[in-house]
Design a protein. Structure first.
Ligand SMILES: [Zn+2]
Ligand SMILES: [Zn+2]
Length: 433
């Protein structure tokens, strides 16, 4: 009798905590039923219901897009005495990708995108895992409220992939209605870390993005009489080549930057010189200085090519920044990052925590810190790729499907467990009694 009691106690003390089935069920449900940015109706409702059950005061339908439409943001507050206000954010939206993972809970969902096309929908960026981790953290924090004091504000954010979800929530008075946080945390899955390993980078984790549409205008005409027109196809080719030198010749090589032309459209038929060619560009940079150089370089190249081709002033190219797809770099506050890293290390052990690494992708979590990083924020990563597979990939033997691909298959259950443990440890540390 005594020995079995002792064995049970020993087991409870040293066995790794097993993820509550209910939490993994919740994850599978989200994964199998992904919703595109701006359309997270059911995901938001599910999260709101579960957060209410966990004892939080929940407000749904928080967020206003720039066109005035309502966003599906969820805000859950747990007040627990006096102390700092900590915001924890998880994003909820999925991507227009047809899933090819063969997982038992793979998505078979299709939906209509903004252009009216039928597209597959998949949680290919792990936002289902983030939402599940937020719920797990909510339950832990509610159960362990004797260990902390302050106010916990949990945010289920829509539309991260379209980069307008955080802004929509701030525009709808997130900080006025639920209080301006003293600090904010978020996590993101990483296909560059082994499952359950946490990476905390102290510095700029994600690049700023500026989306730019360029219309190169010419003077259309017959394909057999190019001398009577001004060919925008040739000018577009010159423009694309010239902007390759912005990063390679104008930008400090130690300050990363990217210029990509992702789309080019012009013309209807081989023997007609069109009036214009339209290009869509994405540009990335970690520093404001680099972004200014890129944007100025694109403007100069477009105008210079028009001048050198003898275009009249009224046919100058149009360079337009697409504000809804533009955002600042995400910068982890150094002091807060070190504090968070120490708290997670104490909970998970030093072999499961590292310094992380920056990427050129973008994250609208940056918005929560407000302009000029008024509010210290930290976004840390949770690895989701089995350690053996990752080692093989690093040795160049296999390719691991990363985020935003149809075969991205995170090792979800242990990653959620690590995410919940890490986020809870950080939150309790920051809301110390
Ligand atoms: Zn993504
Ligand atoms: Zn993401």
């Amino acid at each position: 009798m005594k020995s079995s009691w002792f064995a049970t106690a020993l087991y409870l003390a040293f066995a790794p905590p097993v993820l509550a089935d209910a939490l993994f069920d919740f994850y599978q449900q989200l994964h199998a039923n992904p919703e595109l940015s701006h359309f997270e109706t059911n995901t938001a409702a599910l999260l709101a219901t579960e957060l209410r059950k966990a004892g939080f005061q929940v407000t749904a339908g928080v967020g206003k897009y720039i066109d005035g439409s309502q966003a599906h943001g969820v805000v859950a507050v747990l007040q627990n005495g006096t102390g700092p206000r900590l915001l924890i954010r998880a994003d909820m939206d999925a991507l227009p990708i047809a899933e090819e993972t063969n997982l038992p809970y793979a998505s078979k969902v299709t939906s209509t995108n903004a252009a009216g096309q039928q597209v597959g929908v998949m949680h290919a960026c792990g936002h289902d895992l983030h939402t599940t981790t937020l719920l797990g953290t909510a339950r832990e924090m509610a159960a362990r409220r004797s260990e902390w004091q302050g106010t916990l504000v949990l945010v289920g954010q829509p539309s991260e992939e379209t980069l307008d979800g955080a802004q929509a929530m701030l525009r709808d008075g997130l900080y006025q209605r639920f209080g301006k946080p003293d600090m904010a945390l978020a996590m993101h899955v990483s296909a560059g870390l082994a499952t359950g390993v946490i990476g905390v980078y102290a510095g700029a984790t994600h690049a700023a993005v500026t989306s730019i549409d360029v219309t190169i205008r010419g003077v259309g005409g017959h394909g057999a009489a190019p001398h009577r027109g001004k060919d925008p196809v040739v000018m577009a080719a010159q423009f694309i080549n010239q902007i390759q030198t912005i990063v390679s010749r104008n930008q400090d090589p130690l300050d990363p930057a990217v210029v990509t032309v992702g789309s080019i459209h012009g013309g209807t038929k081989r023997n007609i010189i069109p009036d214009e060619v339209k290009l869509e560009l994405t540009t990335r940079a970690h520093s404001e200085k680099a972004m200014n150089i890129i944007v100025a370089g694109i403007q100069q190249a477009a105008e210079g090519i028009a001048v050198s081709n003898g275009l009249p002033a009224e046919r100058k190219p149009i360079v337009k920044i697409i504000e809804t797809e533009t955002g600042p770099a995400n910068i982890n506050d150094k002091k807060l990052a070190l504090k968070v890293k120490a708290a997670i290390t104490a909970a998970l052990g030093s072999d499961r925590v590292n310094d992380g690494f920056p990427i050129m992708g973008s994250e609208d979590f940056a918005r929560y810190s407000l302009q000029g990083q008024q509010i210290p924020t930290v976004l840390f990563n949770v690895g989701v790729i089995p350690a053996g597979l990752l080692a093989q990939a690093k040795a160049g033997k296999v390719q691991v499907a990363g985020t935003h691909t149809s075969k991205f298959a995170p090792e979800a259950e242990p990653a959620i467990q690590a995410g919940v443990q890490a986020m809870t440890a950080a939150a309790i540390d920051l809301l110390q009694k």
